[in-house]
Ligand binder design. Structure first.
Ligand code: PLP
Length: 380
């Protein structure tokens, strides 16, 4: 880890940067080579070995951001999730998953794990006792996601890390929603941190990428699987992601601020029945969120009163775009029942507490007053 830089914005701007020794340019040079010398060199470099100059440099920035020893950069968040899980799980092993997970992660488990003979259980909720209840003789990994999508549930990260440690299990977290700006799970004892870098790390809705951050030992285990699966990110996109990360601290803090303002505005609105945001005192796990997060993030969800059609409301919005994905600098909104959770039956959605009228709001960096004006006119 690059210990020269301490504060988040300094790490974002400088950690891991490559020096342009030839021309003294201000930014990291981009090395696009897929072919490197093999004689008289300290390392044999190849993009799928995750060791080109730009990959190694960006991995240092990632490790610094999450206070880890080492990191790997992947071609997508799902490449990071699947490689990390498969690196630690063998045929006959069992893994405990949190009930509320990113849709792609749920699909990976339910569509693929049987093929590999990997057993799994989902918890009934995010309470510690619900994780304890699912641990078996052959359990090897506990996997959580907090805050979760789309209801922003909060899992007690430190409690899960302690539970995993006491049972000799590897603990993993999908830290995408919080971003490293708001939550650093390695500091709380988690073993492996995963991000879809497509979200807050990229931040401009134009990069697909993922990363895993952990100890040297665990990253080596993951690397052994990664070089065989081949999910590395191309160097050009690695370079773009480094550029995006320079402003991540500024962006995410602006999004935290806006989301808090918008959450309070919606909470007090007569036409809004429910707001899910960990920064609100009314959130059932606000205290846990306060303990483990330094900011509450830019994601929130809400429900409108019966009389208002959520589809019409989305169509009426002028500034806030109705759009899939999340975490860009622009505010976007979507209906989970029609997108991420569209394949579930209404009953299954109801079981997970996802009403058909639920709206998930990814708050951007626009002026909060203008976002409020937009919602006002759409509701009117
Ligand atoms: C988007 C997302 C992923 C998957 O990332 P991709 O980059 O789309 O592969 C995983 N976890 C969470 C929480 C996400 O939001």
């Amino acid at each position: 880890m690059d210990q020269k830089y301490k504060g988040i914005n300094t790490i974002c701007t400088h950690a891991g940067e490559l020096e342009d020794t030839e021309f003294k340019g201000a930014v990291s040079p981009l090395y696009m080579s897929t072919s490197y010398a093999f004689e008289d060199v300290p390392v044999k470099r190849y993009p799928r070995y995750f060791n080109t100059p730009n990959q190694v440099a960006l991995a240092k920035k990632m490790a610094a951001l999450e206070h880890g020893e080492a990191s790997l950069i992947f071609g997508s968040g799902m490449a990071a999730v699947s490689t990390a899980l498969l690196a630690f799980l063998h045929q006959g092993d069992h893994v405990v998953f949190q009930n509320t997970l990113y849709g792609g992660t749920s699909n990976l488990i339910t569509e693929e794990f049987d093929k590999f003979g990997i057993e799994y259980s989902f918890t009934k909720d995010v309470k510690l006792s619900s994780f304890e209840a699912e641990i078996k003789e052959n359990t090897k990994v506990i996997y959580i996601e907090t805050p979760s999508n789309p209801l922003l549930t909060i899992t007690d990260v430190e409690a899960i890390a302690k539970l995993a440690e006491s049972k000799g299990l590897v603990s993993m977290i999908d830290n995408t929603f919080a971003s490293p700006v708001n939550q650093n799970p390695l500091d709380m004892g988690i073993d492996v941190v995963i991000h879809s870098a497509t979200k807050y790390m990229g931040g401009h809705s134009d990069i697909l990428a993922g990363t895993v951050i952990s100890s040297e030992v665990h990253i080596d285990t993951i690397f052994q699987m990664a070089k065989n699966l081949g999910g590395n990110l191309s160097d050009y996109t690695v370079w773009l992601l480094e550029r995006s990360l320079k402003t991540m601290g500024l962006r995410v803090k602006a999004q935290n601020n806006n989301a808090m303002i918008l959450a309070e505005y919606l909470y007090n609105h007569k036409k809004v029945t429910k707001v899910y945001y960990p920064g609100l005192v009314s959130h059932p796990d606000h205290e846990v969120a306060k303990k483990q997060m330094s900011g509450f993030g830019g994601m929130l969800s809400f429900e409108l009163v019966e009389g208002i059609n959520p589809d019409q409301f989305q169509k009426n919005l002028k500034l806030i775009k109705s759009s899939m994905s999340l975490a860009g600098v622009e505010s976007t909104i979507l209906s989970p029942a029609k997108t991420s959770h569209g394949l579930l039956s209404p009953e299954e959605r109801a079981e997970q507490g996802i009403k058909d009228g639920l709206l998930r709001f990814s708050v951007g960096i626009e002026e909060a007053e203008e976002l409020i004006e937009d919602i006002e006119q759409a509701l009117a």
